[in-house]
Design a protein around this ligand. Structure first.
Ligand SMILES: NC(=O)c1ccc[n+]([C@@H]2O[C@H](COP(=O)([O-])OP(=O)(O)OC[C@H]3O[C@@H](n4cnc5c(N)ncnc54)[C@H](OP(=O)(O)O)[C@@H]3O)[C@@H](O)[C@H]2O)c1
Length: 264
């Protein structure tokens, strides 16, 4: 039996999730963690697991499609399990976007974004929190997005799912503090991963100052867990945008959102 704490990371096959796995395996920011790595792409997950094993921790691959009811249930049961070794840290990182006008998305694109980005985060947080509440220890980090703070034409469903994640996390964090469990939210801005290519988001006109590396974003998330910060928005421009967005009147935000979208 391993003495190390155990982390379950969703979306660990790529981008920010892969960096979470790497940092946790190497014991950077937090102590070294054994890992359960969740995503759909087995081959990519196995590569991440192999790298983690080389760093000296145990890493297990769990292939699951979080848009699928059975896939979600399998991960939720593992998190809720009282027989297997309990998960100490859950990182709900899996997510995707589909660029396009809401009316032009297929029904599956609408529904699957909600399933993976919002429903899975709620169900998995709930499963983990019950077990953590009973043990009065544990941590949950949910990855939302700066997009969730603003109107986002052409990413309406995506932004709405991320707003859901941020709000859910904010509320649950207050409840969970009473039983000694950390619940927090990492809300990144543009990060260099597969995300934009998969979403079909045009990126040519996004200035380089707005881009972050996946590793520094993951590091900021783990630092939030370590220090108990409930909402972490990495990068000065995005911190300023989120604070500014709270005082700017909604009609001005909608006007700005239209201008930004036209320029992308
Ligand atoms: N990159 C950005 O600019 C940015 C900005 C703000 C927030 N975020 C958020 O950061 C998180 C990580 O994204 P990323 O940038 O690292 O993008 P990414 O490189 O595309 O990684 C997304 C991860 O989610 C997994 N995933 C997607 N659909 C899934 C499904 N149905 N079931 C299980 N796993 C699924 C993918 O694995 P498989 O394909 O193997 O299933 C992959 O591991 C997401 O929640 C995203 O919304 C990203």
């Amino acid at each position: 039996v391993s003495e190390r704490p155990l982390a379950l990371v969703t979306g660990a096959s790529s981008g920010i999730g892969k960096e979470f796995a790497r940092l946790l395996a190497r014991g950077e920011v937090l102590a070294p963690h054994d890992l359960i790595l969740v995503a759909r792409d087995r081959a990519r997950l196995e590569e991440v697991a192999e790298a983690a094993s080389k760093a000296g921790v145990r890493a297990q691959v769990m292939v699951a499609d979080l848009a699928d009811e059975a896939g979600l249930e399998a991960v939720a049961s593992r998190l809720a399990s009282r027989d297997d070794s309990p998960v100490d840290l859950l990182i709900n990182n899996a997510g995707f976007g589909v660029n396009g006008s809401f009316a032009d998305l297929s029904q599956a694109e609408v529904v699957n974004q909600i399933r993976v980005n919002a429903l899975a985060v709620a169900v998995l947080s709930h499963a983990a929190l019950q077990q953590m509440k009973a043990r009065r220890t544990g941590a949950i980090l949910n990855v939302s997005s700066v997009a969730g703070f603003f109107p986002a034409p052409h990413s309406a469903v995506y932004a709405a799912t991320k707003a859901f994640v941020t709000e859910l996390t904010e509320s649950v964090s207050i409840e969970a503090r009473d039983f000694g469990v950390y619940v927090g939210c990492l809300a990144p801005g543009f990060t260099r991963t597969d995300f934009q290519r998969r979403a079909g988001v045009p990126t040519r006109s996004i200035p380089s100052i707005l881009w972050a590396e996946a590793q520094s974003v993951a590091r900021a998330g783990l630092l939030a867990v370590k220090t108990g910060r409930t909402l972490e928005v990495p990068g000065v421009p995005y911190k300023a945008a989120v604070v500014g967005g709270r005082v700017v009147p909604p009609p001005v935000l909608r006007w700005a959102a239209r201008i930004v979208t036209e320029r992308l």
